[in-house]
Design a protein around this ligand. Structure first.
Ligand code: SAM
Length: 316
């Protein structure tokens, strides 16, 4: 698909370039904010799985830049935004970047060190594995990222804080909901308008962090296991029994973003510029070292007739 054709078929892709966002995902966070007001009173944020950085841009534009431009702002009052990803990211004003794996305890320690004893008001996680198409497998790997996010949350989020995490809807969705409810009084699964209907992604919006009385971070895995076995929503073994019989829980599921706004599954005509032709814009900031970089180089080389894949060994 060419750039112009993608511009037509994906309105949020085009809008992202027009508004200076590195990825169309920016709109998902903005639409979640429209519904849940997630940035209110927020000064300290962790952005997990942040590359290429459109969520970090949202955080910078919504929190850091207004504080910096305020006439009575002091350096010590500026918001603290820490972003982590396996991939390197081009710099964003007001965002501290950490390159690392969020499932690795050492990465979590680096983040905690940046916070230097203070707690985060908000943790966001848009992490996604390279999707295989094997739905159970993708959902499992995705749940490992959420678990890693939740581990960081239990160390760094202040009581009353919020956690937004990408989820894949599947047969274990109720279990995940049940596990998140252990830590947050309000959990809603939200589908922003900019997230395609054909995509199984949604976002868990967890508000009011309140871990169980006497909770110790070391017990996280044991506690989550107690909630149920990951064998499906029908045999949840919730110790308190609140998922059983007439108390069976219904997961709040909410569409968010202006419902009369752009539909991510529709094609829109391209706007005409002065000369009557449409000029597609370049991406704002392509990823600097994505995992597929070598494959792209190889494809380009073969299109240019080099065609000798052996010379382009995958070894660095
Ligand atoms: N929120 C980002 C934005 O707005 O630009 C997009 C995030 S992208 C959908 C998913 C990201 O998850 C990728 O950049 C990938 O490198 C990252 N990721 C996947 N597994 C990870 C892990 N274990 N640790 C850190 N980052 C990870």
């Amino acid at each position: 698909m060419g750039k112009a054709s993608r511009d037509k078929r994906d309105i949020y892709y085009r809008k992202a370039k027009e508004e200076g966002w590195r990825a169309r995902s920016a709109f998902k966070l903005l639409q979640i904010d429209e519904e849940f007001n997630i940035f209110e009173g927020v000064k300290h944020v962790v952005d997990l799985c942040a590359a290429p950085g459109s969520w970090s841009q949202v955080l910078s534009r919504k929190l850091y830049l207004p504080a910096k431009l305020s006439p009575d702002s002091k350096e010590s009052d500026l918001p603290l935004i820490v972003a982590i990803d396996l991939q390197p990211m081009a710099p964003i004003e007001g965002v501290i970047q950490v390159q690392g794996d969020i499932t690795n305890a050492r990465t979590a320690e680096v983040v905690i060190r940046h916070f230097d004893g203070c707690k985060a008001d908000l943790v966001v996680c848009d992490g996604a594995p390279d999707v295989t198409g094997l739905h159970d497998m993708d959902e499992f790997v995705q749940s490992q990222l959420i678990l890693a996010g939740l581990t960081i949350v239990t160390h760094i989020l202040k009581k009353g804080g919020k956690f937004i995490a990408k989820i894949f809807r599947g047969k274990d969705t109720s279990l995940l909901y049940c596990q998140l409810k252990l830590f947050f009084t309000d959990v809603t699964f939200a589908k922003p308008k900019s997230s395609r209907n054909s995509s199984i992604e949604a976002f868990a919006v967890c508000e009011n962090y309140s871990p169980p009385e006497g909770f110790n971070e070391k017990d996280l895995h044991r506690l989550l296991e107690k909630v149920g076995s990951p064998s499906g929503g029908d045999d949840l073994d919730c110790s308190s029994g609140w998922l059983e019989g007439p108390n069976k829980v219904y997961i709040p599921f909410l569409a968010c973003g202006d419902l009369s706004g752009y539909d991510s599954d529709r094609s829109y005509p391209l706007p005409k510029v002065a000369e009557g032709t449409y000029q597609s814009l370049d991406p704002i900031q392509p990823p600097i070292a994505p995992p597929y970089k070598r494959a792209l180089e190889m494809k380009k080389a073969s299109n240019h007739g080099i065609g000798d894949f052996d010379k382009l060994s995958l070894d660095p």
